[in-house]
Design a protein around this ligand. Structure first.
Ligand SMILES: Cc1cc2nc3c(=O)[nH]c(=O)nc-3n(C[C@H](O)[C@H](O)[C@H](O)COP(=O)(O)OP(=O)(O)OC[C@H]3O[C@@H](n4cnc5c(N)ncnc54)[C@H](O)[C@@H]3O)c2cc1C
Length: 425
């Protein structure tokens, strides 16, 4: 047990990762249960996550921690598709040009090969250039721009490249060329193999992480007095701390510290994340698609990604559970019933079922999902976190560090911070 009075805001994976490795830490969570964005819930006999979640981690320590006691569906060959204008083709599009109509395939391949020549050695300054340098003009204009604007709601040129891998390897170039000449089995995608609990949704493999952790629920922090080192909660209570570890969204944290300088507040206020809606429904059909999930490029359909929870869990059923995800700018406030009904109707057209086949449907909204990695993000995050650190406030996790990470890395970011702080105290 550390003598230091450390409190943690948020019992998502980062908060739990910290608390499990920092003896004596107390965790204050706004919601009525731990788990944060990794939680799952049951609806109409199926389990749904907050957007499709799968475990594709290769981190042995993490897998040992979360896999041991949960019966898992071990997927060795995931099926991921794309849809655009009535056509279905394998994901990612550049590896499967053969699936496109012939004229598109030829144009895409010609532009791809031209790009390899034309942009060789040039460093992309933003996501648009990155895509253009890698894939060529045709794929940018007909696929990547459409999807970016629909999903990220930001022009491609405003996005950074810090969330992408490096340049294409020569072997990937050869794959793309081969994929234009004939059907290729997808081997590259990181999620070709994955694990998913047989029952209980993604969170079933994580829920034990909260065991033994001192988590106080329904404790929403609303104000931090950084000078006196006191957190105030929505229920009127207060807690003093020596070090505060925050995994709650960085802009909200900065906004609740009255002593934060204007430059810190301003930098934090520019950070963007997407608002997410999940339309969860069950259809009276044994199967609707061979895919585990698919992406939709059509600009006139609000849904971006669709997954099939029973196909992830491997559960046998006469019904099909569907999750349709919609991503909107953070300030969007659509009419939720209309959004739900339109999403179900659009999926009915794509997957060929009738309204009468739908057993039950719900919509759930989440204020934060993906962090928008625009050109402003990295410098703004560095400035805000540096000031917080000077005040005895550390951050961890997806929204604490405002940088997209998978679940294993979210946990690891809390764990690493704990180890660093234990070394320091
Ligand atoms: C759409 C989507 C799909 C994803 N898919 C995958 C996937 O397939 N595989 C994978 O491994 N990972 C996936 N992830 C990533 C994974 O969900 C996250 O990395 C992880 O859940 C983040 O954990 P966290 O603790 O950093 O944040 P969170 O889970 O957000 O935890 C933060 C906690 O802080 C609490 N909080 C907020 N405000 C306050 C406050 N004022 N006071 C107190 N508490 C507060 C919140 O309630 C929450 O519990 C996905 C993420 C998203 C958004």
């Amino acid at each position: 047990m550390s003598d230091r009075n450390v409190i943690v805001l948020g019992a998502g994976l980062a908060g739990l990762g910290f608390a499990r490795h920092y003896p004596g830490a107390r965790v204050f969570e706004a919601e009525a249960a731990p788990g944060g964005h990794a939680r799952s819930h049951e609806f109409a006999g199926a389990w749904f996550d907050r957007g499709a979640h799968i475990c594709h981690s290769q981190d042995k320590a993490w897998l040992d921690l979360v896999c041991a006691q949960t019966p898992l569906n071990e997927m060795t060959k995931s099926v991921v598709l794309n849809h655009k204008a009535g056509h279905w083709f394998a994901y990612p599009v550049q590896n499967h040009l053969f699936d496109l109509p012939q004229a598109d395939r030829e144009a895409a391949l010609a532009d791809f090969l031209a790009a390899q020549d034309h942009y060789r050695g040039r460093e992309p300054q933003n996501y648009e250039e990155w895509c253009r340098f890698q894939y060529g003009d045709f794929l940018v204009e007909n696929f990547y721009r459409l999807y970016t604007e629909k999903y990220w709601h930001v022009p491609m040129a405003e996005l950074a490249t810090d969330w992408l891998g490096g340049r294409l390897l020569p072997s990937q170039v050869a794959n793309i060329v081969a994929g234009a000449a004939g059907h290729q089995e997808e081997k590259q995608a990181v999620f070709r193999t994955f694990r998913y609990p047989k029952r209980g949704g993604f969170f079933a493999m994580l829920e034990r992480l909260a065991d033994g952790v001192d988590v106080r629920l329904n404790k929403r922090a609303v104000r931090v007095d950084a000078e006196k080192r006191i957190v105030a909660f929505a229920d009127g209570t207060e807690e003093a701390y020596e070090t505060l570890v925050s995994t709650m969204p960085l802009p909200q944290l900065a906004a609740m510290i009255p002593s934060a300088p204007a430059r810190v507040r301003e930098a934090a206020s520019k950070l963007r994340a997407l608002r997410q809606y999940c339309v969860n429904f069950v259809v009276d059909r044994v199967e609707l698609s061979p895919a585990n999930w698919f992406y939709i490029y059509d600009p006139d359909i609000a849904v971006s990604r669709v997954s099939f929870p029973f196909s992830l869990s491997g559960e046998a059923s006469d019904l099909t559970a569907v999750q349709a995800e919609i991503f909107l700018p953070s300030d969007a406030r659509p009419d939720e019933e209309t959004l739900r009904d339109q999403a179900v109707a659009d999926m009915g057209r794509l997957l060929m079922f009738e309204a009468a086949d739908v057993v039950a449907a719900e919509i759930r909204g989440y204020s934060h999902s993906y962090v928008v990695s625009d050109l402003n993000r990295a410098p703004a995050v560095a400035l805000v976190r540096e000031w917080l650190h000077s005040q005895g406030i550390e951050t961890a996790g997806l929204f604490g560090n405002w940088h997209y990470v998978w679940s294993d890395r979210a946990y690891a970011s809390g764990q690493t911070l704990a180890h660093n702080m234990c070394g320091r105290t």
